[in-house]
Design a protein around this ligand. Structure first.
Ligand code: C2O
Length: 570
């Protein structure tokens, strides 16, 4: 043990001095239940190392990360490293029943992976049902050649801003409700770095604000993570502008805006210059809400404070000066998000593959699994008229690796390349474990189409792909028209991301090379949507060489042979 520590210490010391050597960064995540008090209630929540948000992991590009997960909670869980490409290492990706079975109570599992070829802000979260509401944290990847090599002015400080949502319910129970197609639960408030802010109160006692103390003239790199279970958030700071420099750990051309928009799963790196008259300014996270007939959420706003004063401490920065509030867009305004995204281009020209091998048109919609319309308890989410169901006895990756997916996954079905019908709306549908198989190195283009008529339920759906980044070629309102819309694709400098927001009443086109053998979850990042079926698994086959072949699972891999594996069903 001492020897290992010494090696680790030497490697870390070497990396620190030379800035060149890759290090092994080791963390232990003890998962347990604690009580957190908000809004007059003690709520029992499952967290990592007693913290919410959980610990920030910091690595340098090229480092190896080793995370020992020790499950001292009463439920099985997994951790997913959202946005980490996991080249040839699908076993460490983490989505429950997709790449592994949950780590059972009192069991451990060590995730080991390299962080290669990407830098910026990513994050990690539990990947079984709603548990990620309280099990998440930022993952900061610095460039190998040091912070002087940022393609933007070197910031004085770097600050993670984790937007979350506080639910004062039992999250395992919540998952069961959604699986029974009861969708009426909502978070009590968004949070900024775990704090609800002063718009939430219990008998007049306000919740604490997150406070960012700034010094005049300094530049702050905000590493913004939308770790919320559901909503898309506008982030504004009164009296200040942001310069967006990266999204999903991919650099973009610096883009100046007063509103940052992130959907669940997305990250944004933005510079904030403290150049306002000294004072106090609200930092506001406001949920963007779909209009009727989509179910209406309560108004979800959380406020933090950017403070130029120094006589402050967290929660009590009240020195009597008024706090300036930013003007907020209407909560149903989806155009701010649409334009924010449309203005993002990658910093450098991108190698966008020109010849597409597989075109997929995926219609996102709600369906009815009772064969008659009307009852709210029949409503599911679906992709090309199939509603996704997780396998129950084996993880898809294990089945795929053992070459017996069709035998061991009883409800297996291949995603059709296009929807069976053009009409949207609450139509009869069925459930299946949807997969789409592609050969190694297939160039895949996916157009996601939302319902586009305003009398239908339509949401902004953040579709997240594991194991790959993709290029966002275009987005539009209304119905995708191949002849016309392909002409407008950005094939020069499209942003690369791991999450693509399909605009309400519109479509979104992405393209990528399926170059990572394994089983990769592709799903809406709103938990109610994934739990109700808005998901599929992309199965990327092995190539012909060893370098294109998924190695065997790690030794302590949580396999599904233990029958109590499916946690969220209990
Ligand atoms: Cu951040 Cu499959 O999720």
């Amino acid at each position: 043990m001492a020897a290992i520590c010494l090696v680790f210490f030497l490697a870390a010391a070497l990396a620190a001095t030379s800035g060149g050597e890759a290090a092994i960064v080791e963390h232990t995540f003890v998962v347990s239940q604690i009580k957190i008090n908000h809004l007059c209630n003690d709520t029992l929540v499952t967290v990592v190392n007693g913290q919410l948000p959980g610990p920030t992991i910091e690595v340098t590009e090229g480092d190896s990360l080793v995370v020992h997960v020790i499950n001292k909670s009463p439920t099985g869980l997994t951790i997913h490293w959202h946005g980490v490409k996991q080249q040839l290492n699908c076993w460490a990706d983490g989505p429950g029943m997709i790449t592994q079975c949950p780590i059972q109570p009192s069991k451990n599992f060590t995730y080991r992976f390299n962080v290669i070829g990407q830098d910026g802000t990513l994050w990690w979260h539990a990947h079984v049902g709603f548990l990620r509401a309280t099990i998440h944290g930022a993952l900061v990847i610095r460039p190998r050649s040091g912070p002087n090599s940022y393609p933007f002015p070197k910031p004085d400080e770097e600050i993670p801003i984790v937007i979350g949502e506080w639910w004062d319910v039992d999250l395992v129970h919540l998952e069961t409700r959604v699986e029974n197609r009861i969708y009426e639960d909502w978070p009590r408030s968004p949070t900024i770095n775990g704090m609800l802010g002063d718009l939430s109160n219990c008998y007049g006692v306000t919740e604490n604000n997150y406070i960012l103390n700034v010094e005049i003239g300094k530049t702050y790199l905000l590493r913004i993570v939308n770790a919320a279970v559901h909503e898309e958030y506008n982030l504004k700071i009164a009296g200040h502008k942001f310069t967006v420099v990266a999204v999903d750990a991919n650099y973009v051309k610096p883009y100046t805006t007063d509103t940052i928009v992130t959907a669940s799963g997305e990250t944004v790196d933005a510079l904030l210059v403290a150049d306002a008259p000294p004072g106090r300014y609200y930092m506001v996270a406001q949920a963007v809400q779909s209009p009727e007939p989509s179910p209406q959420i309560p108004v979800l706003i959380s406020r933090g404070v950017v403070s130029y004063n120094y006589n402050t401490s967290e929660g009590s920065d009240d020195d009597g000066t008024p706090i300036l509030a930013p003007e907020l867009p209407d909560q149903h305004d989806a155009t701010t998000s649409f334009y924010f995204r449309g203005n993002l281009t990658s910093l450098l020209p991108q190698p966008v593959p020109v010849n597409v091998d597989e075109h997929l048109l995926i219609a996102i919609d709600v369906g009815d699994i009772c064969l008659y319309a009307g009852s709210p308890n029949c409503m599911v989410s679906k992709l090309n008229n199939i509603s996704f169901e997780l396998p129950t006895t084996t993880s898809l990756l294990q089945a795929h690796y053992n070459n017996n997916m069709s035998r061991s996954v009883s409800m297996l079905q291949e995603l059709p390349s296009s929807p069976p019908m053009v009409e949207f709306g609450h139509s009869p549908t069925s459930k299946a474990t949807i997969v789409r198989r592609v050969r190694h190195n297939t160039v895949v283009e996916i157009v996601f189409q939302n319902p586009y008529s305003s009398d239908l339920i339509s949401n902004t759906n953040p579709m997240h792909l594991h194991g790959h980044d993709f290029f966002i070629l275009g987005q539009g309102l209304g119905r995708y028209d191949m002849m016309k819309d392909v002409q407008a694709y950005n094939l020069v400098d499209p942003p690369a991301r791991n999450t693509a927001l399909v605009p309400i009443y519109g479509w979104m086109a992405i393209r990528f090379v399926a170059n990572n053998p394994g089983v990769w979850f592709l799903h809406c990042h709103m938990e109610k949507h994934v739990s109700s079926g808005m998901a599929l698994a992309l199965v990327v086959e092995n190539g012909h060489t060893l370098k294109a072949t998924l190695p065997p699972p790690p030794e302590d891999y949580p396999s599904c042979d233990d029958q109590n594996s499916r946690v969220s069903d209990e």
